[in-house]
Design a binder for this molecule. Structure first.
Ligand code: G3P
Ligand code: CA
Length: 305
């Protein structure tokens, strides 16, 4: 029985321990864009597979459409993961000398027409870009949600308020308060510190907040830089390579009360020092002591340690 199933069974039986009432195990498996090694990222198929493979959380990268709908999409533009070039051939912008189809130029009704699965494999043709609301419906009660606010500052420049829109969506779903649905914990993440500050300070967000750290950002080699993070966040999400390059980061975070959930563990990008992805994930979880990790391969997450 997986850790999540065991936790849910305890909840069903009304035997919830302190750990299980939040349904968050000690070592947290976050399905990165769903089970994205096996199904097209951010589709219902990838989210369902992540649940079947025992994910504790399913990640949603959030973007906004022109009419202000929250959709689950990693890129700010649609051409990599949908057939937008065929459906809307004239709706591109030249960005950096390339043709791009920004999602914020399209209304939700238009995004819904796009195929988000065929690029991955014909088997997934007909998959759609999910709205955040659809993702919540699919995941809730079976795992946690781990939405990432993508480029909030850029949206603000365009007159959109990503933080407030997410707050409204979570309030609508009854998930804005921590523990509101014990089977559906919600953690929020962003690469932009100001967005998390705004959530905590201006929007009174009490959900766990994680600041994502970009590989190569030299400021994180100084553990003192984390002190400021602890004032508005509950954890960090570093690129996994940073933890070994700067071991002082791994040591400093827990002392400041910050959890560490690094990204991204993928069989397709295995660190050659390890015999397999399970061994690589075990090293981070049990030797470096991180609280969880983002992986494209939830089925390879180490069990029973
Ligand atoms: O959010 C953690 C990880 O997903 C960050 O990388 O680019 O896949 O969103 P990215
Ligand atoms: Ca992400």
């Amino acid at each position: 029985m997986s850790r999540r199933r065991a936790c849910n069974l305890v909840l069903l039986l009304g035997l919830g321990s302190a750990a299980c009432t939040q349904a968050v195990p000690d070592k947290v498996l976050v399905a990165h864009r769903g089970a994205s090694a096996y199904a097209p990222e951010h589709t219902a198929a990838a989210y369902r597979l992540a649940l079947e493979q025992g994910a504790d959380f399913v990640e949603q990268d959030l973007q906004l459409t022109r009419d202000g709908a929250l959709v689950c999409l990693h890129d700010a533009t649609l051409e990599r993961t949908t057939d937008v070039e065929e459906v809307f051939p004239d709706r591109f912008r030249e960005i950096g000398g390339k043709r791009r189809w920004p999602v914020v130029d399209f209304d939700l009704e238009e995004v819904r027409r796009l195929d988000a699965g065929a690029w991955f494999s014909e088997e997934f043709a007909g998959q759609r870009v999910p709205t955040f609301e659809e993702a919540v419906r699919l995941v809730r009660g079976r795992a946690g949600l781990f939405p990432e606010l993508k480029q909030p500052e850029e949206y603000r420049r365009r007159g959109h308020d990503l933080e407030s829109t997410l707050k409204e969506a979570l309030e609508e779903a009854g998930l804005w308060e921590p523990g509101a649905d014990p089977r559906t914990p919600v953690y929020l993440q962003s690469f932009e510190a100001e967005s998390l500050r705004r959530l905590r300070r201006d929007l009174d967000c009490r959900l766990k907040l994680f600041l994502l750290l970009e590989s190569g950002d030299q400021q994180w080699s100084d553990p003192d830089a984390l002190r400021a993070v602890a004032e508005f966040a509950d954890g960090i999400g570093p690129d996994k390579t940073m933890l070994e390059k700067w071991p002082q980061l791994t040591a400093a975070a827990p002392a400041l009360g910050l959890e560490i959930i690094p990204y991204t563990f993928s069989a397709a990008r295995l660190d050659p020092r390890f015999a397999g992805l399970t061994a690589e994930m075990s090293h981070y979880l049990f030797e470096l002591g991180v609280q969880g990790l983002f992986t494209d391969n939830p089925d390879l997450f180490p069990e029973g340690r």
